[in-house]
Design a binder for this molecule. Structure first.
Ligand code: 3PY
Ligand code: MG
Length: 262
């Protein structure tokens, strides 16, 4: 069953109105609860760069259930079974990393949709309250489930028109760090060559009527304002690890200053 936060995410993607999320890198249900309670409209759980696995996704889905946030999972790749399992344990959608071709985008969409649009298999699972809401879920899932293609390489930028032309791709999400690696300027996420690439992606999204998303990995108000002004609507700020790291260091810095600790 799709709850209000999941429907709000779907509506924001369709209307291209700004919606702010954050990122879970620790696989910790406690961190996810804290971020959900802080008011992020969606949380992206990373299964590409972590050891979380499907059980980890299920635990996070349980932790944030009813806390007003929608769960998206960054799967490891456009894999039919992994995407199916993430949705079945309660994710509202998936973010697929390193999409470079229309074929990869089509595989992801097919995995996320029931026939005839796709190849998702039916079951009784967490997402339909263990079968109690099978009919409702089955009838609405294809419209509600979210599929976002991450664009993180030069090849993804070069093929953006064909990727966005795939029906069922709701939008894109730029991974600035992988983009910087792909363009030969690792870590320089604001390098002029990348800014040009980002702009071409936002322009392509506008032409195709799809949401443009960006992970602002270390956010500040200026970067957020700039992202909204440039036309991004699906925006991710920071990550649990970044927020913990920054506050822990700031607190300790103050303590060191107060007690003159070297
Ligand atoms: C990147 O910057 O490459 C990312 O994947 C951020 O989520
Ligand atoms: Mg990446």
């Amino acid at each position: 069953m799709f709850n209000d936060s999941e429907l709000r995410l779907r509506k924001a993607l369709d209307k291209k109105t700004p919606i702010i999320g954050s990122w879970i890198q620790t696989s910790s249900p406690a961190c996810a609860e804290i971020l959900a309670n802080a008011g992020f409209a969606w949380l992206g759980m990373d299964c590409e760069h972590t050891s979380a696995g499907i059980l980890g996704v299920e635990n996070i889905a349980r932790a944030i259930h009813g806390r007003g946030t929608a769960l998206l999972v960054r799967v490891s790749r456009a894999d039919t079974i992994e995407i199916r399992q993430c949705l079945d344990v309660g994710a509202a959608g998936v973010i697929v990393p390193m999409v470079e071709t229309a074929a990869q985008a089509r595989t992801a969409v097919a995995a996320a949709k029931y026939p005839p649009e796709g190849v998702r298999g039916y079951c009784f699972g967490r997402m339909n309250d263990w079968g109690s809401h099978f009919d409702d879920y089955a009838a609405t899932a294809n419209q509600s489930v979210v599929v976002i293609a991450m664009i993180e390489t030069r090849a993804g930028v070069d093929n953006i028109e064909e990727i966005l032309a795939v029906q069922g791709i709701d939008g894109i999400f730029i991974g600035p760090y992988d983009m910087s690696g792909s363009y030969g300027v690792p870590g320089q996420t604001q390098h002029p060559c990348l800014k040009n690439a980002y702009q071409s992606l936002v322009d392509a999204c506008r032409r195709h009527g799809k949401a443009a998303g960006q992970h602002i990995v270390k956010s500040n108000p200026e970067k957020l304002n700039e992202a909204v002004a440039l036309g991004y609507s699906f925006i991710c700020l920071d990550a649990d690890i970044i927020l913990i790291n920054q506050s822990a260091r700031a607190v300790m810095e103050t303590a060191k200053t107060t007690f003159n600790i070297q």
